[in-house]
Design a protein around this ligand. Sequence first.
Ligand code: CUA
Length: 651
Amino acid sequence: MKKSIKLSFIFITITSLLISCSSKDSSKTNSALGYNSAEKVYVPPGEYDEFYAFISGGFSGQLSVYGLPSGRLFKIIPVFSVDGEKGFGFNEETKNLLNTSFGFIPWGDSHHPDISQTDGKLDGRWVFINENNTPRIAKVDLSVFETTEIIEIPNTAGNHSSSYVTENTEYVIAGTRFSIPFPQRDMPIKDYKGNFKGVLSFLEVDPDNGNMNLSFQIMMPGFDYDKAHPGRGDSHGWFFYTTYNTEEAYSLLEVNASQNDKDFIAAVNWKKAEEYIKQGKFKTFKTNYAHNMYDESTQTATTKWIKEVKILDPADLPGLVYFLPTPKSPHGVDIDPSGEYIVGNGKLSADVTVHSFSKMIKAIEEEKFSGETYGIPIIDFEAVHAGSVKQAGLGPLHTEFDDNGYAYTSFFISSELVKWKLGTWEVIDRKPTFYSPGHLMIPGGNSGSPFGKYALVMNKITKDRYLPTGPEVTQSAQLYDITGDKMELLLDFPTVGEPHYAAGIPADIIKPQSKKIYKLEENKHKYATLSPSDTKVVRKGKEVHIYMTTIRSHFTPDNIEGVRVGDKVYFHVTNLEQDYDVPHGVAMIGANTSEILVMPGQTETFTWEPKKVGVWPFYCTDFCSALHQEMQGYIRVSPRNSNIKLSWSLD
Ligand code: CUA
């Protein structure tokens, strides 16, 4: 017995030596991981990860919170889709967050999270994330890891070139992927050209509370606006958007939108836009969109309907927008930490095209234009081109940056991650990703100060990296160590939904500000009950309002009689706990909503419409103490015509 343990120990040691020797040969590191790689992602029990990663859920509509380097999943924050686990979108407090001009929308397609910044550095206050399908932008408050605001984006369809922030979070931006008739109307699709427009949106962000407000929109030609990034440093004040379908095709886009040798990166001078707004050079258009805001003190979301929007037309406003010719159907546009380089990832190109911001400014001053389209000047390609990374791979999609002058590009078709040097454009290293990658993320990669320790590469086309789970293959991310000349694959881990992008941040920035409880004395919820002796049950016609409290381990009241079939019963539950990590949940048999999960000091409301006569139980859904199973109660439901008076127990 002892002998075999010793032998296997020797075998492991030899194996790890072999692996660590061969890891110098980059061609072999990709098929097998060394034990040294395992150590690099191992976070011992009880210890914390170094980074938070916020990974979008794509068609799940949500935002997942992971730790890096371990790849451990901490939380799924409900954003655009209802969530029965937390009652999001089901309870009375949060359901207004999902209001839109199309009605209550229970599902969304979440894409690109971006963390708020101050002076070009991540400040960790909020994450903004866009909904692609029914265009919206949400704000998640990182002190509580909850969605606290969702604003609908009018005149937009396929809200894809969104939701990136400027270096002081002056704006979070949005852009339309699909051009649509402007204004929206009933018209033949074949009349697309010239009649369909693409709108870019600028939402100002209140520096104190992060609240968004759609300040203005820019009405662009009817191209598809795919991705965007802000300038920084000298290019602060500009925003850059990729376009494809500059052909303005409206059918069979895979062929008809791939005709032009070059499409454009649109450079938008938003400081100029602010001047034009001040000068009143906008047109006001009628619209109707929802602005949903969660109020922290009332703990309740309300919807405001906004009826007007300011539109700027670049054809009439010189200096507002320029086009930078970029091969070929570019997907990502990424700006390096200095703000000088504008990297266009032409998805049908073998090269990565890089433009220079300083050359762009010079070309504008010297009017080096090769033409114009819809009144917008097209800058001469040579006058703005800084260089290209030649034959870097096939199908470049996205680029992120470290803090040492290197860029990292994902290649969808050749399935690899390529490291190259800014300025010399030479390829330094390449590693296969084992699936067709889409986005990649370096913590702080969209800021002036990235943390170049890890690159997280996320799949587009899934591959069988894990045990099969039926026809739907697990979505995945891969973590690379990028501290050396050669990148090293450390870890695969599954993601929730399709990971369209991620935002990473050192845990030290977020951890100290993480809220532990809601203070009861600050609870201004309309139905808050701050003591068990204040609990009551009130009938208002067919509505029955239960003012309920929870504390380990009982509900007050716990037995209620006098409810009738056809009533609508509101459970307004205040969790009186003031200790960290003691939520209580409530669920009621036959409720057509979900449970609610009430945090310490919080009030939440769910509704139940009793349909059957009888005595029906409710119970706590969150294991709260050794007597959790005793945390229960009954509601007696009598026939509609019963005259049993409302009564309840208070012990
Ligand atoms: Cu309260 Cu379980």
